[in-house]
Write a protein that binds this ligand. Structure first.
Ligand code: RTP
Ligand code: MG
Length: 140
């Protein structure tokens, strides 16, 4: 197994409910280290650029509206197999399908307001980390 870095976003539904600390505890309990973190209000242009791969999907406009509806916390998580490990900690996209004990099962409000984002491959993780962080903002 290799040490990886992945991008996580605590989404506006979760920051609004003051869940940042509870969500961060889930990562740390499972051995992921938060090696970079900042709280941002995304602009529409930034959210559209970040979710550019979803531009053609029916929910794109709603997703962008949601992601700019309040502050987010963007973070770099580091650990063994971090990309897959984080996806497992998050649970399925739709909280109705998420395993008990996952972040989305325990905290998400809906398939859209599902509390967290996590990169879905190592290639996307590298791209997404670079989108939000410069090397000087990450301390492993
Ligand atoms: P994420 O990218 O946020 O980690 O989530 P994911 O991989 O589990 O899901 P993805 O298919 O990449 O979708 C990105 C985000 O779009 C919203 N969504 N809404 N209304 C809908 O049917 C719908 N489907 C997806 C969710 O916020 C999802 O996390
Ligand atoms: Mg995704």
């Amino acid at each position: 197994m290799a040490v990886e870095r992945t991008l996580s976003i605590i989404k506006p539904d979760a920051t609004r409910r003051n869940l940042t600390g509870k969500i961060n505890a889930r990562f740390e309990e499972k051995g992921l280290r938060i090696v970079g973190q900042k709280r941002l209000q995304l602009t529409r242009a930034q959210a559209e650029a970040f979710y550019g791969v979803h531009r053609e999907r029916s929910f794109f406009g709603e997703l962008v509206d949601f992601m700019i509806s309040g502050p987010v916390v963007v973070q770099v998580l580091e650990g063994e197999n971090a990309v897959l490990a984080n996806r497992e900690i998050m649970g399925a996209t739709n909280p109705a399908n998420a395993e008990p004990g996952t972040i989305r099962a325990d905290f998400a409000e809906s398939i859209e307001a599902n509390s967290v984002h996590g990169s879905d491959s190592l290639e996307n993780a590298n791209r997404e980390v670079s989108f939000f962080f410069s090397e000087i903002e990450i301390a492993g």
